[in-house]
Design a protein around this ligand. Sequence first.
Ligand code: NAD
Length: 292
Amino acid sequence: MQILDGKITSQAIKDIIKGKVAALSAQGKRTPHLAAILVGNNGASETYVASKVKTCAEIGFESTLKRFPETINEAELLQVIDELNNDDAVDGILVQLPLPKHISEDKVIEAINPDKDVDGFHPVTTGRMVAGLPSFIPATPYGILLMLEHYKIETKGLHAVVIGRSNIVGKPMSILLSRNTYPGNCTVTTCHSATKNLKEMCLQADIIVAALGRPEFVKADMVKDGAIVIDVGITRVADATKKSGFAIKGDVAFNEVAPKCSYITPVPGGVGLMTIAGLMMNTYNAYMMRSK
Ligand code: NAD
């Protein structure tokens, strides 16, 4: 069994981008610029945005963090996005989800200029991705592809079972793994909350991508020997022994599943770090596309 290490892999990706950014600076060019919007004070969202901003600084990107109180209304937020869309110095725009209930996430996502859609959630981006056209790729599935590529894992012809069908993880993951490309070329089964025989499905899987948000849901008796297991889940579970008061749990019961796998991602230290790497790649690609 080999651990797919998000720390090592994301660092390798960040180093590649850092080198490209240094080359831009050496030529006197401006560097890629990511603008992040954070609404309210959700603890997890604060952490995610802070690490995205920190990573920008590490690799030489410019970043702008726009913070707004929970009370901002939809029209005001749409106005902010419009300004960022029209700001030539901004290459990528990300709106940290979830947004407060009184704001339509769909409307906000659709307001982002698809050329700056570095989270890859805009319907135009999704359409391009499904059609196999050049496009941004939602950051988490992108990070997973980068991880498979980094470890040179052969995926052609494998049966991948993706658990979850959300627009940000499960659905794009299923589409990407089925594409005639590397990593991909898998036969894909998408499972979700209405799937009746989930255990039987998982037992047929060469690759399991668990993205359902249920801590330690995937147990050893659901995994066949030699499977590749990618754990996307991140759930905060109360834990009095931690200073923060919570522990982070994945969707896979790691201790019992790991011995059966050929490869497995840990939580934390796996897909989460790769998601940021995916976002940085998208931002770099947005910059390059806009600089043409
Ligand atoms: P979501 O709640 O939008 O979707 C969950 C999906 O799981 C749904 O499609 C649902 O049908 C399916 N599901 C729920 N219960 C199920 C069950 N019992 N059996 C089979 N399928 C079931 O969640 P999401 O936004 O896709 O996120 C999933 C998990 O991944 C969460 O823990 C989230 O925190 C985590 N996440 C991690 C990263 C990362 O960077 N590692 C990024 C995004 C999301």
